[in-house]
Design a protein around this ligand. Structure first.
Ligand code: NAI
Ligand code: MG
Length: 785
């Protein structure tokens, strides 16, 4: 029997478009403002190619006006407090629910997605996001008491989930006391403009939310505006990298949620009928235009052919058509540009010799449609296995062993999501930690909730949206305001310059420390270390690019540290502290020798270092994750995982304490590190490897390369196998780190030339360090289902 048409009424949405005379202005400072350029562009319905409305193109001046409005609104919005903001967010959530039908229809018309999805998934999740964050606003004073709002936030979103991405961006930003300027994607601005109406209806103070429409150049103006304190972006990896480079060194915080090529892993004991429905959700939801789409099907060889057969049968029954038809499964591709991209990539896949299968029926001719497509026998290196297609195209490969599945899954530059299908809980939970991705869905796919964080590993970007972990993207530590433009002044008054010259040096020839061994520098060069009066103390090796490469390679080899329990790592750290305590006098002498501080002050630094090691040893088994209360029949485990191989560029001041305060939190979380110690006073670090040699830290966990700070930093920032980098140095050095780390999108933490007082525990230690040493993986496990 054939399906008859089942169109959803679009009356209300048409009325909304007509009320604006199908010509939309910008929403700035609570009012509709015409674009100063006088320019507009069209938004179409991709299922019919019908023009829906003209949308204003905001230029630099409009962006500036919007940022000014947001800046003006900031103080009052922060000052009404968490409860005041909670009431507004709650009112927004209620209003969205009341207008949910209009939002869903308008979204489907503008984007082409099936009404079933916008009605049952997108818009309910939007309301849920505002409710959830109304709660976080209420709790901010107690739950986030060491943090404050950042300021004006620029938010740039894509076209695949226009309203949902708006909610993911605006709800947490407002909850934490920031004001926003949001730019929707050029293909899909309409629901954001309807949202502006909602902001007016609830009486949101002027300037708190500003919506500026336009193309990439409008987004770029927002990114480059000096009064924007943070950019939150979702979109292509390419633009994400442009934003990273553009903001480098400015102190603007950024969060990037970028592309993916997420693995969908099917083991031979999986329930294959559930798997097929999971695949429909994974790759045919929203026409496959989903950043976390399960676009790479990895299936165990023994069941591969059987599964492909079932998938093909299911594909044959999928219905493609007008987005407002309630009984279609797949709607239209957002625009002809995207359709062309899909067609080209599929053609490339065919040319590469992969087997392509499409159902026997044809798509309607009037809109931008593309049929569900399955590639089998795909070679892991072919372009369709590596490139994000962002369309309804599934690419299948088979594997034999569990380890091969993991290897294939991680054979990508991305790391956004993954799903694992097996009836064996042991297997699922054995594989979950091995997948490098921010989300792991077990026996489910593409499920989302405001209570769970979402975001990437690797080139899928950084930062999380949703959950408690997502709030930090819109907050800064209160102590940031206390950091100084100058290093702490050290007192050398008590030391006589001539006396200092006579003190015999602690004579040891320092080396590099790589892979648990002392190593001579590759270039055979060394440089002079002088005390603060200019007296010669020692020579230390001048490491070069080759030494950095050796150290990175060593750090990758040393994975046993990562595999240890927090408890075991804590014990090793306590033991290091103990060893340092027994040699406290010697370490204090060394500090005095390099800095000419009094012995008393040097002793204080050693004592503070011992305490700091204790602090992170204590945290090694206590920096827990969360179990999120998501709304589906799941528990969602938010697990802090190590970043991986990290570079730590130590501050020049506080030679021992600066080293300890940066290296120890990183390793406490299981990272392996390449450390560049203080350039001017590196001897505390080179003495420290003797302590490491007598401790139980596995070789390769800590690698130390001395030399020219900026040169070594740049090598590390560029290095593709370094996953994260912390830098404590100059403003220019900070900028270089952020710029050079763009290619593989390393996690960076830099000081922009600001100094901490390392002796002050408030500034020198804290959970903030551990947060930067970890990323959160959310694992969705069926529970109570
Ligand atoms: P895009 O990254 O160009 O667009 C996303 C947003 O960024 C839009 O609002 C756009 O106007 C804005 N933008 C573009 N250039 C900018 C710039 N230089 N500075 C600031 N903002 C800028 O993505 P596009 O062109 O819509 O899609 C291209 C491909 O990107 C897709 O085929 C897909 O592979 C990927 N993509 C991934 C998304 C995801 O959710 N991860 C979402 C959308 C696209
Ligand atoms: Mg459109």
């Amino acid at each position: 029997m054939e399906y008859g048409p089942a169109p959803e009424s679009n009356k209300e949405s048409v009325a909304f478009l007509d009320a604006h005379k199908r010509k939309f202005s910008l929403f700035i400072n609570g009012t509709w403002v015409k674009p100063s350029s006088g320019e507009y562009f069209e938004s179409i319905n991709p299922a019919t190619k019908e023009k829906l409305a003209d949308i204003a193109e905001a230029n630099e001046k409009d962006v500036d006006d919007a940022v000014k409005a947001a800046k003006k609104g900031l103080k009052a919005w922060a000052e009404i407090g968490g409860h005041g903001r909670a009431r507004y967010l709650y009112a927004i959530a209620r209003q969205i629910q009341k207008h949910s039908r209009n939002f869903a229809v308008l979204e489907s018309m503008d984007n082409g997605k099936p009404i079933r999805e916008s009605r049952d998934i997108d818009i309910p999740l939007v309301a849920r996001h505002f409710y959830h964050h109304a709660g976080w606003a209420q709790l901010m004073d107690t739950e986030m008491k060491d943090y404050k709002e950042i300021g004006v936030i620029g938010q740039i979103i894509p076209w695949n989930f226009p309203m949902l991405m708006l909610a993911w961006k605006i709800a947490p930003a407002l909850a934490m006391g920031n004001t926003v300027v949001l730019k929707p994607a050029e293909f899909t601005s309409l629901t954001a403009l309807l949202f502006a109406d909602i902001c007016k209806q609830v009486g949101l103070p002027d300037g708190v939310v500003n919506i500026i429409t336009g193309h990439g150049s409008t987004g770029a103006s927002l990114v480059n505006h000096p009064d924007v304190s943070k950019i939150a972006f979702t979109g292509s990896t390419e633009v994400g990298k442009i934003i990273r480079r553009a903001t480098a060194g400015t102190g603007k915080k950024i969060s990037l949620e970028l592309g993916g090529k997420s693995p969908f892993i099917v083991f031979e004991d999986a329930d294959l009928d559930s798997v097929v429905e999971g695949i429909v959700d994974a790759i045919w939801f929203n026409q496959g235009q989903v950043c976390c789409a399960g676009s790479r099907l990895l299936v165990q060889e023994s069941v591969a052919e059987k599964l492909y057969k079932k998938i093909r049968a299911r594909m044959e029954t999928l219905r493609v058509g007008n987005s407002l038809d309630k009984s279609i499964d797949i709607g239209a591709i957002v625009d002809k540009v995207q359709l062309k991209t899909i067609e080209e990539l599929v053609q490339q896949g065919r040319n590469e010799g992969n087997i392509c299968w499409q159902p026997s029926w044809t798509c309607p001719a009037e809109g931008y449609f593309y049929p569900p497509t399955l590639f089998t026998n795909v070679s892991p290196s072919s372009s369709i296995a590596q490139e994000e297609i962002f369309g309804p195209v599934l690419v299948a490969m088979s594997f034999r062993s569990h380890s091969e599945a993991v290897k294939l899954a991680n054979n990508t530059r991305y790391g956004l999501a993954s799903s694992i299908w097996t009836e064996n809980i042991n297997l699922a939970l054995d594989i979950a930690p091995q997948i490098k991705a921010g989300t792991v869905w077990i026996n489910c796919s593409n499920v989302f909730d405001a209570a769970s964080g979402f975001g990437g590993y690797r080139e899928s970007g950084y930062g999380r949206e949703g959950g408690k972990e997502g709030l930090y993207e819109y907050l800064k530590p209160k102590i940031d305001g206390q950091l100084s433009d100058k290093p702490l002044k050290i007192d050398t008054k008590t030391i006589d310059k001539k006396q200092a010259a006579l003190v015999p040096n602690i004579d040891r020839t320092p080396k590099l420390y790589i892979g648990g061994k002392q190593a001579r520098p590759d270039g055979g060069n060394s440089y002079d270390i002088k005390d603060s009066f200019g007296n010669h103390i020692s020579e230390v090796p001048k490491g070069n690019r080759k030494d950095i490469r050796n150290a990175v390679e060593a750090a990758h080899a040393g994975t046993s540290w990562a595999g240890m329990t927090g408890h075991a790592r804590a014990q090793v750290l306590f033991y290091i502290a103990e060893n340092l305590a027994t040699r406290a006098g010697e370490f204090a002498d060394r500090i005095s020798e390099m800095t000419n501080q009094s012995k008393k002050d040097a002793n204080k630094e050693v004592e503070a270092s011992i305490q700091r090691i204790y602090y992170y040893a204590a945290f090694a088994d206590k920096y827990d994750g969360h179990v999120h209360h998501t709304t589906v029949k799941n528990v969602t485990l938010a697990m802090p995982e190590r970043v991986g191989v990290m570079a730590v560029i130590c501050p020049d001041e506080s030679p021992l304490l600066g080293f300890i305060s940066t290296v120890i939190p990183a390793i406490a979380m299981g990272n392996s590190v390449i450390v560049v110690p203080s350039e001017t006073a590196p001897l505390s670090a080179t003495d420290f490897y003797q302590i490491l040699e007598t401790s139980d830290v596995p070789a390769s966990t800590i690698n130390i390369v001395t030399g020219n700070k900026e040169e070594l930093t740049n090598e590390l920032a560029k290095h593709d196998d370094v996953d994260g980098i912390w830098y404590f140095g100059t403003a220019q050095g900070s900028k270089d780190v952020e710029t050079l780390s763009t290619d593989n999108l390393k996690r960076t933490w830099v000081n922009y030339g600001k100094y901490r007082n390392w002796l002050d525990a408030e500034q020198g230690e804290g959970a903030e360090f551990l947060r930067h040493a970890t990323e959160i993986k959310n694992i969705w496990i069926p529970y109570g289902a």
